[in-house]
Ligand binder design. Structure first.
Ligand code: ASP
Length: 592
């Protein structure tokens, strides 16, 4: 139907007769001349109809916002003074000759350029309209370019794109499963995959060597701001490569991706052990664009009587950490109160601080309610360790180490945002040497990644000291976001069984749930490993989007629902009967 997209027309097309198809973005009547801004996924172009084209002019007069039109006309330069530099096609316009109305449109539920006023609920209900906005079109076009660049890199490196099932058994990645009842096996359920983890490992056992998939994953979690119940991973697995090789190849992929889509040369990816990341940044996904670091002062606090600090300093599981904010003495008491409230979200019971007004005057030049509880020489030693200078503020966290890390790690980012201390640009890194397990809160252990991650020690060493064992896992982090994570996997049955035992999974349960994996490991499983990138988060970062929902065509809301299709929805009694399911809640489904 069309000869050109609207947005591609330029002075190079002057005097050409072109045909465009698209939507009416705006219609203006300027005393006998009708201007139509026509929009398609490539942009907007202005069309002018004058009364000379009688019949078509009459039609142009009738059209309204969001009508779908086909227009043929001649491209011409805009007159002096009417050039619009804010518009990509602003130097030209089309003098309309023919206009065909392909479809009419009811009054839009919201003006596309007033989307911010209507709220997200309305935007999601009429998502197909919301997606007409140029910003949304650009994001989804970028998403497509990103997946295509990743695919072509992986294809050229010999990776095979292999699909794995959606109706399957549970794959533990630490979330609840979405379950699908089976009609043919009454009372039994499929689980939707939390990731293709076990299938990709089995593909390695089959010899496929290098696998990838743009894979949908499903996790029934309480949704936080940037989570979705279904999301997309770039899922990768390889055989016969060690962690350094896997990190190198996927780092190259990321570099080439950024170059191809954003024309960005990413800097070096430093490798940082997990323990160092927690110590210096209180986070396993540190944002290295922020210079501030957490500094441990436990040894100094063991010399004070002040219980709030002394307790955690003496406790092996405790931590006292200081965060120096350069130039932060200007932060007001009211703002400090707000930060105190903020850290309480992470379980911190308070937020101690010291302002540095005049360091040359010693403790006299400092200002803080807590100073009276500490000997002067301890305070001055601390100032020394922190490299404090006039105009700084120092915040303190003192509690169990995990609370301090979370609270002060989050405070570091919040303060940096508020004071504009986040550098422009991109700061990638690899976090390595993760612990195998963490405390599950009830005396046992739970895997930090998933239970198929290989430890960096022998079965005997792992059994002797599981709580301190390290794993062969690695995470790629960019600007404080975990872009991807993976590991070398366990490829020997005895090691896999040892890990299940440490996790208090009985042999019986292990066989029932993962018998197929344990068996496969016996039939010549090669050493293998891989990782998965979170595509949605990657696109979100690369398009500088505020929400993950902005880079997904049809996302779910915070309560894991789709307000457009009204999913999840009721099913009728017959469907339930077929599935052998009776609902416990009072509401009876409609007969049908
Ligand atoms: N399956 C893991 C995940 O979804 C990633 C991996 O280990 O490859 O987090």
């Amino acid at each position: 139907m069309r000869s050109h997209y609207c947005g591609v027309l330029s002075t190079a097309n002057i005097d050409e007769t072109v045909t465009i198809c698209g939507w009416v973005d705006r219609r203006r009547d300027h005393g006998g001349v009708i201007f139509l801004d026509m929009r398609d996924r490539d942009g907007i172009v202005q069309v002018v109809f004058d009364p000379d084209t009688e019949e078509h002019f009459q039609r142009a007069d009738k059209v309204r916002s969001e009508y779908v039109l086909k227009i043929t006309g001649r491209v011409r330069a805009r007159g002096e003074g009417t050039v619009n530099p804010a518009m990509a096609t602003g130097e030209i316009e089309i003098l309309g000759k023919e206009l065909e109305i392909l479809n009419t449109a009811a009054t839009p539920p919201f003006q596309l350029d007033e989307h911010t006023a209507v709220g997200e609920e309305v935007r999601l209900r009429y998502r197909y309209m919301d997606l007409r906005r140029q910003e949304m079109q650009d994001k989804l076009i970028m998403r497509s370019r990103i997946t295509s660049a990743i695919r072509s890199f992986l294809d050229s490196e010999g990776f095979l794109d292999i699909e794995t099932p959606i109706l399957t058994r549970a794959t533990p990645e630490g979330a609840r499963d979405y379950l699908v009842p089976s009609r043919t096996h009454p009372g039994q359920f499929f689980a939707l995959p939390q990731s293709p983890q076990l299938f990709k490992q089995l593909l390695m056992v089959s010899g496929f060597d290098r696998y990838y998939q743009v894979a949908k994953c499903f996790r029934d979690e309480d949704l936080r701001a940037d989570r979705q119940p279904e999301f997309t991973q770039i899922d990768i697995e390889t055989s016969f490569l060690g962690e350094d090789e896997i990190m190198a190849i996927t780092e190259r992929m990321t570099r080439e991706l950024f170059k191809a889509t954003l024309n960005v040369d990413l800097p070096e990816f430093p490798h940082m052990p997990y323990a160092e990341a927690m110590e210096r940044y209180g986070s396993d996904k540190p944002d290295l664009r922020i210079d501030m670091e957490l500094v441990s002062v436990d040894d100094l606090m063991q010399q004070v009587d002040f219980k709030v600090f002394r307790g955690p300093a003496d406790d092996a599981a405790g931590r006292v950490a200081a965060l120096k904010v350069t130039g932060g003495a200007k932060i007001s008491r009211k703002e400090i109160d707000e930060y105190t409230k903020y850290v309480s979200i992470f379980g911190a019971k308070g937020l101690a601080w010291i302002k540095v007004n005049d360091l040359a005057a010693g403790v006299e030049g400092l200002q803080a309610p807590i100073l009276k509880f500490m000997p002067d020489e301890v305070v001055m030693q601390m100032m020394d360790r922190l490299g404090a200078a006039d105009g700084d503020i120092i915040f303190f966290g003192a509690d169990k180490a995990n609370i301090v890390n979370e609270a002060i790690g989050a405070l570091r980012i919040k303060v940096a945002e508020d004071l504009g201390l986040i550098r422009e640009g991109w700061a990638p890194l690899w976090v390595v040497d993760f612990p195998m397990f963490e405390d599950n809160g009830s005396g046992g252990l739970t895997p930090l990644h998933h239970p198929f991650t290989a430890p960096s020690c022998s079965v005997e060493e792992l059994q002797a000291n599981p709580a301190t064992a390290l794993s062969r896992a690695y995470d790629m982090v960019l600007n404080g976001c975990e872009l991807g994570g993976g590991s070398i996997r366990i490829h020997e049955r005895d090691m896999q069984e040892a890990v299940f035992r440490i996790l208090e999974i009985s042999d019986e349960e292990a066989n029932e749930k993962f018998g197929f994996l344990l068996q496969a490991l016996q039939y010549g499983a090669p050493p293998h490993g891989g990782l998965a990138f979170g595509l949605d988060r990657m696109v979100m970062l690369m398009t500088d989007s505020a929400s993950i929902r902005d880079v997904i065509a049809f996302p779910k809301t915070q309560t894991a629902a789709c307000v457009m299709t009204d999913a999840p929805g009721d099913v009728n009694a017959q469907q339930l009967r077929e599935l052998n399911i009776r609902l416990r809640q009072q509401k009876e489904p409609a007969e049908g």
